[in-house]
Design a protein around this ligand. Sequence first.
Ligand SMILES: *Cc1c(COP(=O)(O)O)cnc(C)c1O
Length: 377
Amino acid sequence: MGNDFEFIKSLSEESIVVAAGRPERTPDAALNTPIELTSTYQAGGTIGYGRFGNQSWAALESAIEFLEAGQTLLFPSGMSAINAIFKLLPLDSVIIASKNGYTGTMNILRELESSSRARVRYIDVSNTDEFLAAIPGASFAWIESPTNPALEVADLPTVIAVAKKAGLLVGVDNTFATGLIQKPLNFGADFSMNSVTKFISGHSDVLMGSVSTKDEALYLKLQDVRKFGGAIPGPFESWLALRGMRTLSLRLAKAQENAMELAKRLSDHPNVDRVRYPGLTSDPHHKRAASFMKGFGAILSIDVKGGVKAADLACQSSKLVTFATSLGGVETLWERRHRWSSESATIPTNLVRIAVGIEDIEDLWADIDQALRTTSE
Ligand SMILES: *Cc1c(COP(=O)(O)O)cnc(C)c1O
């Protein structure tokens, strides 16, 4: 992309999300990279065909490159980004993964196992001893941190370093944190993946995924997976996601502030048994998160007193907060995770995940408080 790479790299991240991924500064150049609607290109250039590349993808890729500190490829969803990485694994790989990660990922892992293409060592990724004990003989580690929806935090600097030393390929699902909060590639991971659907695009109106890597050979292999797998992003969706990314740092700052305040107030709520949020000083993951993360994110989970029925009733009783899945948008959403049959057995059935948005904190609190109180009426 246009602007000088070294100059943009020298900026603070609040400026980078605004300045990156724009066209060259030449007279009458558009400020934004246009939505490039074409299936093919005139011969003689570097792109060649619409499945191989697109300027609208490239603009967003070059912007995420700064956030994640690695060359980036876009995919049409977070799941297609994860699948592209898993496609690189040789047959009979031994995979280390969270026993309660994102449901989509759990489905991929179970499918790899049931078709005898890989073996999976399911662990608690926040238990460093358990993680390190799983490393000998393994070939790939897939680390989600913080985990969805239990908000467990892995000791990324430690476990990535040990896994790399033992020769494993390491990938991190960075969706809950984004590159603004942590940069897994700088801890030595081979891949950092984002569901761009969530915080980066930020408005619950587009699905998109990304994979970043510092390794040129892995980058080229992933590019081939995309080229020949054929799962390519749309130019319009790429443009929308980049438009959303312009406000990522503002949105995340506000949403994190709201999440922290909600976590504190919910800790004292009579209808809540437990709050999970690494920002709370009482949270078991707080110290570790504070040691290497630049924030605690905008997602928290609560165990609702009164079990499944009470949790469902609360989710159905909110008026500002929407009862829906997904996260990372400007609007606050919540849901009882076990309404999905694919949710891990290790997640409590009364756990409600709250994806905090940027609304006024008092409006949010009033709504969540009244919804929770309906459960004991
Ligand atoms: C949503 C999500 C995904 C999947 O992304 P899609 O864009 O929905 O395909 C992967 N990992 C995590 C942690 C997520 O929250």
